[in-house]
Design a protein around this ligand. Structure first.
Ligand SMILES: [Zn+2]
Ligand SMILES: [Zn+2]
Length: 186
């Protein structure tokens, strides 16, 4: 099997995950019509608690099942190229999981890392109907849910540790992009 078709098949797998990332987050995570589905419940808790993530062992199990379920038909349909597609798909899913977790736990490195955090925390704290993509804005642009982040008000209760200095204030290097919002009193 030559390298170029193999890389193209893996890239198609990356593209497939990118689309599913948007679909799962937007419709299973945020559409009222699908309320109560297992992903939606975990995702709601992620939004409410901020630092909650569905258990890794569940994600690994789902990824293992998805690999088995897709690998056999992909192999039968396109042999080695089918497996390259599965490899691209599953690897990029893993990359998405790592990126999303690190957005919450660590400051971004480089222009992409900073962009990814602003895009995602705009979704968390400004408009949950916008910016469903995590690894890219592609499908938000396609489906018209892209929102250019302005200064992002972060509720102090949900604030990411990397955003704060030792006194609990926004670190100066992030102060142009994020502000703290105190909880509203009832
Ligand atoms: Zn998140
Ligand atoms: Zn969400």
């Amino acid at each position: 099997m030559s390298l170029v078709p193999c890389l193209a098949a893996a890239a198609a797998g990356v593209f497939t995950w990118s689309f599913l990332e948007y679909v799962i987050h937007r419709w299973l995570g945020h559409d009222r019509r699908f309320r109560g589905n297992p992903f939606g419940k975990e995702h709601l808790r992620h939004h409410v608690e901020g630092n909650y993530f569905a258990p890794t062992h569940i994600k690994l199990r789902v990824a293992a099942v998805a690999t088995v379920v897709t690998a056999l038909p992909a192999f039968l349909l396109a042999s080695g190229l089918g497996l390259a597609w599965v490899a691209g798909f599953i690897t990029f899913y893993g990359a998405y999981e790592v990126l999303h977790r690190r957005e919450h736990t660590h400051a971004g490195i480089g222009a992409y890392g900073r962009w990814a955090r602003r895009h995602h925390f705009n979704h968390h704290f400004v408009d949950g109907r916008a910016n469903h993509g995590v690894t890219s804005p592609l499908w938000d642009l396609v489906f018209g849910t892209y929102q250019q982040p302005d200064v992002i008000p972060v509720p102090s209760r949900l604030c990411m540790a990397w955003l704060l200095d030792g006194d609990g204030a926004i670190r100066p290097e992030f102060a142009r992009r994020f502000v703290l919002r105190e909880a509203r009193r009832a």
